[in-house]
Design a protein around this ligand. Structure first.
Ligand code: FMN
Length: 409
């Protein structure tokens, strides 16, 4: 296998370990855990397939730090050691080809749908503009400290299970991003107000994990370049948060954007310049590169090997994050390491009916359905129509005996 592609070059992280190449499978909720968020054997099969595809880093779908608060059904929750053995099997499979596995840690805050959560929590009692979510209750200081501790506890269990690192989910409108956004964080105590106070939550999580797990465990963050919302978290603020975490020694900064209310992370900003270079957040990454030492990863929109290599060669990006392309073709990284001119065949998932196509559930279901297939040892079935995936995913929820637990705080 010729390794002339810049994507095949290794990169050393600040915590001391080396990633064997520049391709990362970005986080995708696998939607295959049990209704209680328990780990199952299929994670081993799924991550072995991705490992054999060649990615140097596999970031898991978001793992909940509190099982009472999930962003989606069938997401993993790790609060204690009851699934340690299954987590070990998962980590070993993911590392079987020399790559690393990091778990993405998340608390959804108010972005926890009402069929899962009757009382979501948030920095402030600001509701989301959707009937899908019950208006949140404001977190007490004691609850904030508990959540911070939970992030560190989950990280330490995953470290014990053999995971190489964790990624804090600071993007897409979940709790960390709610704290960062002046639209969602109206607190007047030490957790709200100035940017320094709004970022205290994520900075304290980072420090608590480091204190507990030391400097040799990978810790990264997925952060929005901005919320793309009026009055929300801006690019300038995102830059400041990155600088603060960089000074503290963070290993990897992954740039994404948007939220449930504005899902630019899967659509891009639709600008012509963005379409040309494929990746949605490259301009921000270029500016960020001038300001931080930590390796930068950009996820969202990369489809052709050419655009990925150009992004690495330009020096603006250190690691390419891929999500949907690795569902359609888990082998894509190996293909890119051994030949030129590869491209992902990812296409928009369409029914032809605009109203349905605009619903995030269609696309997410289509990919979830393919991920489930891979986890059952099958090939992705890319010709299946979106509407059938929604039916399949709903059937899968039912089949897994999804007991939807409502939470009363
Ligand atoms: C099925 C599915 C599940 C996803 N789950 C997560 C997740 O758990 N955490 C996260 O940060 N992003 C998640 N994403 C977003 C992806 O990580 C990524 O940012 C987005 O798909 C854009 O990258 P792409 O163009 O390479 O697909 C998910 C995307 C899809 C399609």
């Amino acid at each position: 296998m010729s390794n002339s592609s810049s994507l095949a070059q290794p990169i050393k992280l600040r915590s001391g370990s080396t990633l064997i190449n520049r391709v990362c499978k970005s986080a995708m909720n696998e939607t295959i855990a049990t209704g209680e968020g328990r780990v199952v054997r299929e994670f081993e099969v799924l991550y072995r397939a991705w490992a054999e595809g060649g990615s140097g880093l596999l970031v898991t779908g978001n793992v909940m730090v509190d099982k009472r608060h999930a962003n989606e059904p069938l997401a993993v929750a790790v609060e204690d050691k009851r699934d340690l053995l299954l987590l070990r099997l998962w980590a070993n499979a993911a590392k079987s080809q020399g790559g690393q596995i990091w778990a993405q840690l998340n608390h959804p805050g108010k972005q926890s749908p009402k069929f899962l959560n009757e009382q979501p929590l948030a920095p402030s009692a600001v509701p989301l503009a959707s009937d899908m979510f019950i208006p949140p209750r404001e977190l007490t200081e004691c609850e904030i400290l508990d959540i911070i501790e939970r992030f560190a506890t989950t990280a330490s269990i995953l470290q014990e299970a053999g995971f190489d690192g964790v990624q804090l989910h600071g993007a897409h409108g979940y709790l960390i991003s709610q704290f960062l956004s002046p639209n969602h964080n109206k607190r007047e105590d030490q957790w709200g107000g100035s940017l320094e106070s709004r970022m205290r939550f994520v900075v304290t999580i980072y420090k608590t994990i480091r204190e507990k797990l030391g400097n040799e465990f990978g810790v990264g963050i997925k952060l929005n370049s901005s919320d793309f919302q009026k009055g929300g978290f801006t690019q300038e603020e995102s830059m400041e948060v990155c600088k603060a975490l960089d000074e503290l020694g963070i290993d990897l900064i992954e740039i994404s954007g948007g939220s449930w209310e504005n899902p630019v992370n899967r659509r891009g900003d639709q600008k012509e310049s963005t379409k040309k270079r494929e990746a949605y957040f490259l301009e921000f990454a270029e500016q960020l590169k001038q300001n931080v030492e930590a390796p930068i990863m950009v996820t969202g929109g990369f489809r052709s090997q050419k655009a990925m290599e150009e992004a690495i060669d330009s020096g603006a990006v250190d690691i390419i994050g891929l999500a949907r392309p690795l569902v359609v073709d888990p082998e894509l990284p190996n293909k890119m390491f051994s030949s030129k001119g590869n491209s992902s065949s990812v296409k928009p998932i369409s029914t032809g009916i605009k109203k349905i196509d605009d619903m995030a559930i269609m696309e997410i279901s289509w990919y979830s359905d393919q991920i489930r297939r891979i986890s059952e040892g099958k090939r992705p079935k890319t010709k299946v129509r979106g509407i059938f995936s929604v039916i399949n995913v709903l059937y899968n929820f039912w089949k897994r005996g999804q007991t939807v637990k409502r939470v009363r705080a």
